[in-house]
Structure formats: C-alpha cells, structure tokens
Write a protein of this length. Sequence first.
Length: 302
Amino acid sequence: HRCCSCDNLQPLLTSTACLGGTACVVTGQPFDTAKVKMQTFPNMYKGLVDCFVKTYKQVGFRGFYKGTSPALVANIAENSVLFMCYGFCQQIVRRIVGVDRKTKLSDLQNAAAGSFASAFATLVLCPTELVKCRLQAMHEMQLSGKIIQGHNTVWSVVKGVIQKDGPLGFYRGLSSTLLREVPGYFFFFGGYELSRTFFASGRSKDELGPIPLLLSGGFGGSCLWIAVYPVDCVKSRIQVLSMAGKQAGFMGTFVTVVRTEGVLALYSGLTPTMIRAFVANGALFLAYEYSRKLLMKHIDSY
C-alpha cells in the first residue's frame, strides 16, 4: 500500500532510479545519437543500419557517444525532478478528486500526476538536451555546410550558446519540449500503470516480479514516444539548426517539414528510439520499484 512515509522516501527512490537511468544512457546512447542524426538530417541516412555504418566510417566508435555527458546530466536531472515531483503531484491529484492521502489512485489519475510532474522536469531538461543534440549532430551540420567549424566539446557548445544568445539561448525549443513532455508523460505513466494492472490480474501490483515490471516500463516508454515523436523531431531540429542562425518556432518548423519533406519526415529515427525506449524505461522502472520495496521493508522492520 502507499502511505505517508513513502512520500518521505522519494529522494532515496529518485537516487536509485537515477542509477538505473545512468546505466541506460551508457548502453542506449548510440541509439539516441542515431535518432537525433536521422531527425535533423533524414536525407543523409536510409535507415538505422546506414546511420550506424556511416557514423562509424566517418568519425569512428566515439561518434556514437557524442553528447554522452550532457545526456547523463539530462537523465539524472530529469529523473530527479520527475520522481520527486511525481509523489507531490499524486497528492495534488488526491486533493483535486477529494480522496484521502493514503488512497490508491487509478491508472488515469497516476497518468495525470506524471503529466503534471513532467512540466517541472522540462525546466532542467531543455538546456542539457540542447547541448546534447548539438554535439550529436555537429558532424552533419558541418557536412551540410550549415556551419564552417563545429564545437566538439561540451564546454565549447556551452560557451558558443552564451556568446551568441546569452543564458536564454539554452531554452531554445522549450515550448516544443513542454509539448512533448506533458502529454508524453501522461501516456508514459498511464501506459506503465495500465500494463501493471494487466499483469496483476486482480492481485496487488506490488506482488509483480521483475519481468512484468520490465515489460510494463518498456510499454510505458513505447507509449510516450509513439504519442509524441513528431513533436520531438521538431524540437531536435529547432535545437540543432538554430546553431546556423535564427530558427522558426514550433509551428513554423512543423509546417515547413510537412510541406517540404512530407509527414513521414517527422518520424525519421523512430526505430532506434523505440529500441532504446523499451530497454531504458524497463530498467528505470525496475530499479525504481525494487528500491521502493526494499526501503518499505526496511521501514516496516522498525
């Protein structure tokens, strides 16, 4: 069951979830790099395998891990804020629907709480994602002639943003990130809770083993990306292409892509995204749920 003490454990649970998320970044970074490259320069690559082969030939194995350090910061920051705010937002939802703070929320109510929490996570996620995406697509920006000389380190990208646009430059693509996160995490937490309900089949969700939890986390991650992938594609283009000069906002970029490249261009890089999303989010929720169980047992023993 959920109790008041569980909310007090949120910082500890967040730390464990971040450890799982960090492992997922290290293993899933090549797929994320392929996603960003294919989103921003779809005409350069025929598919996932072609992207992997060309990246390896042109820049070597290290090319798959461009932007790893900001990706780690983004993952840790996002998960820290997301899971901290998730428990808080669950209590807000309880107040809105007028139930006791110990009452279990429905799958739909948990989805709403996750959606609310994602709005806070966006504020720390946008700057780190901008740096990550620019590093990942730097080689393509040079090949396409959009920039003459690229920045190859995190610090050089950060310095370039500050010199060109000031601190607010890190929030290019903020509206796109919000449009992705808020509805996306509704489907993320909703899909996760719905899947757990399916596997529980009338039992308590806390009794589920590792395989159902992995599958439920993977299903939640898949739901997120299927629902909001075109928005993420637009966000990546805004954040990367703004290196070369002023870039249109969300609607302007969206309309331009659809008119000049077609609707399918908004789904470029979906394959590596789905592979990464299922594995990464499965591991993330497995770490979160098992740490929560261990900590609750520890408290109950006193």
